[in-house]
Structures are given as C-alpha cells and as structure tokens.
Design a protein around this ligand. Structure first.
Ligand code: KG4
Ligand code: ZN
Length: 371
C-alpha cells in the first residue's frame, strides 16, 4: 500500500480529537512537541541555538541549518519519550514549512516527511505565524474569532481570525518587525542577542519618560506599523551622547524605547478590537513575553472593555507545541499535505489558512483555491 492509500484508509479521527507530533525549525530553535486535541501539551522540547548565534550578534542561516541537522532526531525522539507516546498512537505529524529561513525549514520538513512516510501518518504543513496565533490554545485560550497581535523577531501583524480557515491581515509592519527593533537597539546598547529579554529586564529600572522617542502611527487609522524611525532615533541619541561624551543611563534608554514600541502596539491593537466588538484579543510571538507590553495591553483592555489573553512565555517564543495547536483543526477535516510539500520561505498566511496546497481530502470537499 502506498503512503497516500494508507493515509486515506486511516480511520477518521473524531472531530476535535487528535494526538499530533509537531516539528518546528524555521529559525534558531530546533523544536518538537506532542499535543493532544490541539490544547493539551504532552511534551514540548526546544533545543535553543541562542548561545551558538550569540557571538555573531544574530542568527546565521547556514549555522542554524547545520545545527538543526545535528539536533532534530534527538529532539523528536525526546518529544515522543516525554509524552510516553508511540508513533502508532499518533493521528498526524505537523511541521512548519514557512515562512522562515529556507535551509532551516527544510531540515524540519525532511524529518517530518520521513517520519510521516515511515509510520504511514498524515502530514500537516503549518504556517509559522498561524502557530503563534494558536499558541494561547495551549493555555486555555478561547475558540475563534480572535483579533491577534503577532509580534516576533520576523513579524508584526494584526490579524482578524474569523474562523480556523479564514484569516484576514488587518495591518503589518512596513519595515522592521517589533522584535527586530528590540534586537537592533539592544545590539547598539552592547547587549547580547537576543535583545528583547535584556531590554525588558533593564526597562524595569529605567524612566520611560526620560527620552521622548517618536511613535509612528502612520496615516489615518491605518493598522500598519513602522519601527525603523524609532530605531534610528535611538541610534542617533546613542551616537550624540558618545560624541559629546555625555553618559546616559542604559536603563532609561531601554525603558523609553520599550514605552514607544508598546504605545504603538497597544493603540493599534485597541483600534483593531474596536473594529471587531466583542472579539477577544490574543497577543502572541516572542515579544508577547514582554512584561511592559502585557501590562499595557491589560490596562487598555480594562479601559476599553475587550477581553485578552497571551500564552505563557514558553509558548510565546518559537516552539513546536503551537504548531500542533494550529494543525489540530485540520486533522478531523482531512486537510493534509503530500510528501512533495516544499519549504516556502515567503508562505502567505491567508492562503495557508484557506487550505492552499492541501492535497488529500478524505472527509470534506477541497476548499476553493484563492485567485
Ligand atoms: O517568536 P520568536 O521566538 O521568533 C520569531 O518567530 O521571530 O521571537 C523572537 C523575538 C526576538 O526578537 C526577541 O528579542 C523577542 O522575540 N523577545 C522579546 C522578549 N522575549 C523575546 N522582546 C521583548 N521582550 C521580551 N521579553
Ligand atoms: Zn516565531
């Protein structure tokens, strides 16, 4: 029996029930996890490459790929072992196939495809940002619809998630991602990579009003973001203080910079929430771990009367459990990919949600492909 026949012949999984092994290697974390029904984390293994990339001040793609190759088998085996699950118990294998570093994505994808082929399991390709959006489900978050703010090292997006297969981008960054701005400012301050957590820690001892950094709200009621002007303002301030030999407190720079990022993120999120009254807000991605952002969103939610949630820190930064959470709604529907699934460094989120690239539909008609 071929893999396709075996996958088609599997007993249908009752809707909402699943046991998924997920793999994530889009950037600098080699991760695998086992998640039950898209919400209960049975295991969550993350092998971080941060110390490897630190001496370069950022992620070096080729180094990341090689490191994934070294780690992936052990990480997947550990995820199964921690969950006390045998491959035959699984209902599917999920894997991030974009967006991300092409070489890094390929490592996880090849490992997941091989596993799926050997054990005759359905393969579910997942969009990395969808993973972030679903992460709060691992901590008891609500069912969709959601207004999602995704703030990570590579992305800053506001998304209206009408249902699990209808995502609408409301706004996105026109230049730097929020996490990228944190990392670049931290680097200029001489702090190690990744800079977000360092700035978060320093900011709690600083004066957020010491420096009036610019807040870019863009034209009209746009929900797009721009952080490059803010980053430049911080770099200029540091340059001036150095040339005038006037020392400034790093804590104050960190607090003032963080306040400027947070002001914009919170204001735009509140606007998006106003456009979708009654819809809960979910905040996700590495920067969602930021304490200043969480406090400010919490305050604004109370003032404006919207509900909100964010996953605990371990599910904010890259992990594979969130990839399983995003894959779970697809298991019951039979929305799976073929073994020819390829890495897509620029995978589109709305297309992914609508079922673009899905090839086997044992239980439902295929969705209409978007033009
Ligand atoms: O989601 P993530 O782990 O990877 C990407 O998909 O990019 O996000 C990593 C980003 C980095 O830029 C890092 O500096 C930032 O999230 N980050 C934070 C915090 N923790 C991680 N930024 C601000 N405050 C934090 N506590
Ligand atoms: Zn991420």
């Amino acid at each position: 029996m071929t893999w396709v026949e075996a996958v088609k012949a599997r007993r249908p999984v009752p809707n909402g029930r699943s046991l998924i092994l997920a793999v994530e290697t889009s950037c600098d974390e080699t991760a695998a996890a086992v998640v039950e029904d898209g919400t209960r984390v049975r295991s969550n293994i993350v092998s971080s490459q941060i110390p490897v990339h630190r001496r370069f001040g950022g992620v070096v793609p080729e180094v990341a790929s090689r490191r994934h190759v070294e780690q992936i088998t052990a990480v997947m085996a550990a995820a199964l072992e921690d969950a006390a699950v045998r491959p035959d118990d699984l209902s599917a294998v999920a894997v991030t196939y974009g967006p991300g570093l092409a070489g890094a994505l390929l490592v996880g994808l090849m490992a997941a495809k091989t596993f799926a082929w050997v054990y005759r399991l359905p393969l579910i390709g997942v969009h990395h940002i969808a993973g972030h959006v679903f992460a709060h489900r691992l901590a008891g978050g609500p069912d969709p619809p959601w207004v999602a703010l995704v703030v990570s090292g590579g992305h800053t997006e506001l998304i209206y998630v009408r249902d699990v297969n209808t995502f609408e981008i409301l706004g996105r960054t026109r230049d730097d991602a929020a996490g990228e701005a944190f990392d670049k400012v931290a680097r200029a301050l001489g702090l190690p990579y990744p800079g977000g957590p360092q700035i978060d820690a320093l900011a709690s001892d600083g004066d957020p009003e010491r420096f009036a950094f610019p807040r870019s709200f863009l034209e009209g009621d746009s929900l797009d973001f721009s952080f490059s002007g803010l980053k430049t303002a911080v770099l200029n301030l540091l340059g001036e203080s150095r040339s005038r030999r006037e020392p400034i407190r790093v804590e104050d720079v960190a607090a003032s910079f963080q306040a400027a990022v947070v002001d914009v993120l919170v204001e735009k999120t509140a606007r998006a929430a106003r456009r979708h009254p009654g819809v809960p807000v979910v905040v996700a991605g590495g920067v969602a771990a930021n304490r200043g952002l969480r406090r400010a969103i919490g305050r604004r939610a109370e003032e404006d009367g919207f509900s909100w949630s964010a996953p605990p820190g371990e599910f904010c930064t890259d992990n594979a459990a969130m990839i399983a959470a995003a894959a779970a709604p697809r298991v019951g529907r039979g929305w799976v990919h073929g073994l020819d699934l390829n890495a897509e460094a620029g995978l589109d989120l709305e297309d992914w949600a609508a079922g673009h690239g899905v090839v086997i539909f044992p239980r439902e008609d295929p969705p209409v492909r978007r033009a």
